[in-house]
Design a protein around this ligand. Structure first.
Ligand SMILES: [Zn+2]
Length: 415
C-alpha cells in the first residue's frame, strides 16, 4: 500500500472499491478536454506519460487536452517509480507492483476510450462550496516545524464544483476538488479515504451519476481530526454536503470554446550532495536515506553525473470561454501557490488549481515553506528519491510559467 513508509506488510482487504474515472468534454467546435481522476497516491511521470502517449495516439488528442489526476489516498496501491526510496519491499512484492502498474496503465487507457465514445449533449455549470476539515499541518516548535496542527497557517476551504447534466436537467456527473491531504486513515484496507466516501455519498444520492474528485494544493493540510473510519466518513459527508449545497443553488453556466496549454518547466535543485555526503548517508539510521545514497552513488561510480534540475515539471492550463481558468500543477503543491494564483489571476474568471496533476515527483514548497523547512521543504525529498531539496527559484519558475500559458491562451484562445 502506498504512502506510509512505516507500513510493513501488504493490504489485508478492502473497505471500499478504488476507481479510475474519466470525464470527456467536447465543445461546439469539436475541441475536447479529458480529465482522469483516480484513487492513487500519485502518478509518476513514467506511467502518466506512457498513458498520455497511448491515449493521444488512439484518440487524436494533443497532450494539453488530457489532465491526469489522483486523490492522493494513502490507502491505495503502490505504483512503480512512485516514492522510489520510501518502501521496504521484499522482491516478490516489487514484482506484484510491476504487474499491477501494467494493468493499471491498460485500465486507464481503456477508461478514456470509453468516456470519449459516450459523448452526449450536456449543460455545464460551476459553483463553489466550502468544507472546514482541512487544517494546516505545519506546526512550529522550538526546534523545527513538525507535522501537527497549525491553526494560524494558511488553508483553502473552497470546494469548487462542476455540474454536468443532460439537456433535460438530469445530473450526469459532478466533479469537485478540495485542497487537503487524503489521509484520514493509515490502516491496511483499500479505501478512497474522505474523497472516496464523498464520491460514494454523492453517487448514492444521484443514481446513475458519476462523482469525481481531484486534489487541490493541499500538500501542507491534513484532515482534522483523523485516524478512524468514523472520522473519515464524517469528513466525506461534510465534503459531499458542500457539493450538494452547490448543486441545489443556482450555478454559473459554463460554455465553450475550450482551450488548453501544457508545458514542462526545469526546476533547479539546491547544491547537490557530493560523494562524501552520500557515503556518510550509507550509514544513516533511516532506510530511505541509505537506499537513496546507494542509488545515487551507483550513478556516480558508473561515471555518471547527478542532474542538478528536475527537467519535466508539468504545468497545464484549461480555459472555458472567459468563465473558468483551470490550472493543473504537478507534485504535492502547498497552498501558497493556490492562494497566490487566485489573487493574481482570479477576479475575472473563476480560478481552480488542481495539484498532483500529470506527475507527482515530489513536494512543491513555496519559497516561504522552503525557507521555513520541515517535511514539505526538506525530508520528503528523501522518500521521493530526489538528490536534495529544491532551489529557491522554484516558486517563481512555476508561477511565471502559469502566467505565460494563461497569457498565451488570452492572445490565441484556439489551439
Ligand atoms: Zn502527500
Amino acid at each position: 500500500m502506498a504512502g506510509y513508509a512505516a507500513r510493513n506488510k501488504p493490504s489485508e482487504g478492502k473497505l471500499q472499491e478504488l476507481y479510475v474515472k474519466v470525464l470527456a468534454l467536447e465543445d461546439a467546435t469539436g475541441r475536447k478536454l479529458v480529465l482522469l481522476t483516480s484513487d492513487l497516491i500519485g502518478l509518476p511521470r513514467e506511467l502518466s506519460e506512457g498513458i498520455a502517449a497511448e491515449v493521444c495516439r488512439q484518440n487524436g488528442l494533443a497532450r494539453d487536452q488530457l489532465m491526469l489526476t489522483v486523490s492522493h489516498t494513502h490507502c491505495g496501491p503502490v505504483v512503480r517509480k512512485s516514492l522510489t526510496d520510501a518502501y521496504d519491499m521484499p522482491p516478490g512484492e516489487a514484482q506484484k507492483v510491476d504487474r499491477y502498474t501494467e494493468q493499471l496503465r491498460g485500465w486507464m487507457v481503456e477508461t478514456v476510450r470509453g468516456a470519449l465514445s459516450d459523448l452526449k449533449p450536456a449543460r455545464l455549470a460551476i459553483g463553489k462550496g466550502s468544507a472546514r476539515f482541512a487544517a494546516n499541518r505545519r506546526q512550529p516548535t522550538q526546534q523545527s516545524i513538525i507535522i501537527g496542527h497549525n491553526p494560524k497557517g494558511p488553508v483553502d476551504h473552497d470546494v469548487p464544483v462542476l455540474r454536468i447534466e443532460t439537456p433535460e436537467g438530469k445530473l450526469r456527473a459532478v466533479i469537485f476538488g478540495y485542497a487537503c491531504h487524503n489521509t484520514t486513515l493509515d490502516f491496511y484496507l483499500w479505501c478512497g479515504d474522505y474523497a472516496g466516501f464523498a464520491q460514494a455519498y454523492l453517487e448514492e444520492q444521484h443514481a446513475g451519476a458519476l462523482a469525481m474528485f481531484w486534489t487541490g494544493c493541499g500538500a501542507d493540510a491534513n484532515p482534522a481530526p483523523r485516524r478512524s473510519v468514523e472520522l473519515c466518513r464524517k469528513h466525506g459527508r461534510e465534503l459531499a454536503d458542500a457539493v450538494e449545497g452547490v448543486l441545489r443553488r443556482s450555478m454559473d453556466k459554463l460554455e465553450g470554446p475550450f482551450a488548453a496549454r501544457y508545458a514542462e518547466v526545469e526546476l533547479p535543485f539546491d547544491a547537490l550532495p557530493g560523494r562524501e555526503k552520500l557515503a556518510a548517508d550509507l550509514l544513516d539510521k533511516n532506510n530511505a536515506v541509505r537506499r537513496r545514497a546507494a542509488r545515487l552513488l551507483k550513478i556516480i561510480d558508473a561515471g555518471g553525473k547527478l542532474d542538478d534540475h528536475y527537467r519535466y515539471y508539468p504545468v497545464q492550463v484549461w480555459q472555458f470561454d472567459n468563465r473558468l481558468i483551470w490550472i493543473g500543477l504537478g507534485g504535492e503543491v502547498v497552498v501558497d501557490y493556490d492562494l497566490r494564483l487566485k489573487k493574481e489571476l482570479g477576479g475575472g474568471p473563476t480560478l481552480w488549481v488542481t495539484g498532483y496533476a500529470n506527475d507527482v515527483m515530489a513536494y512543491i514548497p513555496s519559497l516561504r515553506v522552503l525557507k521555513e523547512g520541515g517535511y514539505e521543504a526538506d525530508s520528503s525529498m528523501i522518500y521521493y528519491g530526489m538528490p536534495t531539496k529544491w532551489g529557491p527559484a522554484i516558486e517563481e519558475k512555476i508561477i511565471a510559467k502559469v502566467h505565460e500559458l494563461v497569457d498565451d491562451l488570452k492572445k490565441k484562445p484556439s489551439p
